[in-house]
Design a protein. Structure first.
Ligand SMILES: Nc1ncnc2c1ncn2[C@@H]1O[C@H](COP(=O)(O)OP(=O)(O)OP(=O)(O)O)[C@@H](O)[C@H]1O
Ligand SMILES: [Mg+2]
Length: 493
């Protein structure tokens, strides 16, 4: 619910004490200024801080002391709204708590004033729990962001965001406070708003925000799905949804993608796909480090996990990447371990989370994940990544040759693909790198034979661990959609 509606709702219920935990006191004050006359006849706005006292002051009296201010408010209430800034920091004084309770009782009897407590942090005493009404400030809306950007832009002559990234930039600014938007836009406009720089600055601001929490790691967007060989079904899936992960799609009521679970054989591109999707959509990617959550360094794991999910919501639009999910969120059969508590929090959150938070989860030991996770409605799709087939291996060789500054056309890719049955993408990458080193050592350009030589010396994991690969394939066969457009029918693996 928008803040304005929440406030009107609270006023209709005649709640005289309201608490808002937010760093955006200016925005709150602006909003309340317009709400005061709507809620009360001749209602005005009065603010208080321990530096400035009540403004406007009552009869010029000094009211910087919080107890004095509360006494003045109760003695001579003005119709309207009192915004008390950072009063939460004075709660260890019993007279402050008492002052608030007396104000509550007086205003309940004669409801013509409301006290709104605003502070960026701090908890309020349990003893006021019954009297306080908690409201939340929703993040700046699309229109508000637009206004804010325009205001900063107006200060720089001739500056403007390139039109082709405008909607993307406005989307990326969501979740930032007014001040954060100002800072980032000043940085953008002061160096000239080039297409790449502007988005990079906005993402960097989000990175700084997530860093403060410690367990969310920003993953820079270095590539899109063009560096992924094969796995066409996932690439198509992501491409079709690129335009759906936008503010416009949310507004139009279109089905916004919620999440994807990629499971399958080790080294075949699960992590790579997660990063590539973020790159394709140009949405910041944050990896949630579950081992840090469970380390206890950030408080109890369920509380830390909950905080992580809230932070992610605040920095939306965002892709939350949970890599190797089974390592942290598998549930032992016995109830109520920290893992199982986090897992059930996660399942509920997946169904209730706001739009424009996309979850990319990967897993390879699938049997360790509880069955609920693959149930429809949580993830949009569960994909199974198999060992690459011949055609895909050919493409992967091409990708890695290009990555190593080689022209794939110079190589016999068909022959390489033919001899590398059962190889994973990671193994193909290793072979190319090893061949490059060998060629460099010999002081000549790399050839197909250099790579082919590697094929003989390496035994792919799928051979040494054929049982596991078979188990993964059997499990996924009925439960997941193949990531490749063609099944891998090769024998032996
Ligand atoms: N389909 C592919 N196309 C191009 N490169 C690939 C592909 N699959 C794997 N690779 C290469 O192998 C590396 C390792 O792949 P990735 O980390 O995505 O595997 P994974 O499936 O996440 O494995 P694990 O289960 O071990 O985490 C990638 O960084 C990439 O260079
Ligand atoms: Mg991985």
């Amino acid at each position: 619910m928008r803040f304005e509606d929440q406030f009107l709702h609270a006023a209709r219920g005649r709640h005289p004490l309201i608490y808002l935990c937010t760093p955006e006191e200016e925005r709150v004050t602006e909003n309340l200024k317009t709400l005061a006359p709507k809620c009360f006849a001749n209602g005005t706005l009065t603010t208080w801080s321990c530096i400035r006292g009540l403004e406007p002051a009552a009869d010029g009296a000094d009211s910087r002391d919080p107890v004095t201010a509360l006494q003045q408010i109760v003695a001579k209430p003005r119709p309207g709204i009192y915004v008390m800034k950072d009063l939460a920091d004075f709660m260890d004084d019993p007279r402050v708590v008492r002052g608030l309770r007396e104000a509550y009782q007086a205003f309940c009897r004669n409801f013509q004033s409301v006290i709104v407590l605003v502070s960026p942090a701090g908890t309020l005493p349990m003893s006021l729990e019954k009297e306080l009404c908690y409201l939340e400030l929703d993040p700046p809306s699309h229109e508000e962001i637009q206004e804010r950007v325009a205001a900063v832009q107006g200060l720089y002559r001739g500056a403007a965001l390139p039109p082709e990234i405008l909607s993307q930039a406005l989307l990326a600014l969501r979740g930032l406070t007014f001040h954060e938007i100002d800072h980032v836009m000043h940085r953008v406009f002061s160096v000239g708003a080039s297409k790449d720089k502007a988005l990079a600055e906005i993402f960097a601001e989000k990175e700084r925000l997530a860093k403060k929490t410690g367990f969310l790691q920003f993953v820079p967007l270095r590539f899109d799905t063009s560096v992924v060989g094969g796995l066409e079904n996932v690439k198509d899936w992501a491409l079709k949804r690129k335009s759906l992960f936008t503010q416009e799609a949310v507004k139009a009521g279109l089905p916004v993608p919620k999440g994807i679970l990629i499971m399958g054989v080790a080294g075949c591109g699960k992590s790579l796909l997660s990063k590539a999707i973020a790159g394709l959509w140009q949405v910041p990617l944050f990896r949630l480090d579950m081992s840090l959550i469970f380390s206890g360094a950030y408080g109890s794991p369920p509380a830390a996990f909950d905080r992580a999910l809230r932070t992610v919501e605040a920095i939306a639009p965002v892709i939350l990447w949970i890599d190797e999910m089974e390592a942290s969120l598998s549930t032992p059969k016995e109830a109520a371990t920290p893992q199982s508590m986090c897992f059930s929090t996660f399942l509920t959150w997946m169904q209730e989370k706001p739009p424009l938070v996309f979850v990319a989860a990967t897993a390879n030991r699938i049997e360790m994940l509880p069955a609920e996770i693959v149930r429809k409605g949580r993830f949009d799709e569960v994909f199974f990544v198999d060992l690459p087939n011949k055609e895909e291996r050919q493409q992967i060789f091409g990708v890695h040759l290009s990555n190593n500054a080689e022209d794939p056309k110079r190589f016999d890719l068909a022959r390489l693909a033919h001899t590398t049955e059962g190889w994973s993408g990671a193994e193909i990458q290793q072979a190319v790198i090893a061949a490059r080193i060998a060629a460099k050592e010999a002081g000549r350009a790399m050839t197909t034979d250099d790579i082919w030589g590697q094929a003989y010396t390496m035994v792919p994991l799928s051979k040494t661990m054929s049982e596991q690969v078979k188990a993964i394939r059997d499990w996924a066969f009925t439960r997941a959609k193949p990531a490749s457009s063609k099944r891998n029918y090769e024998a032996g693996v």
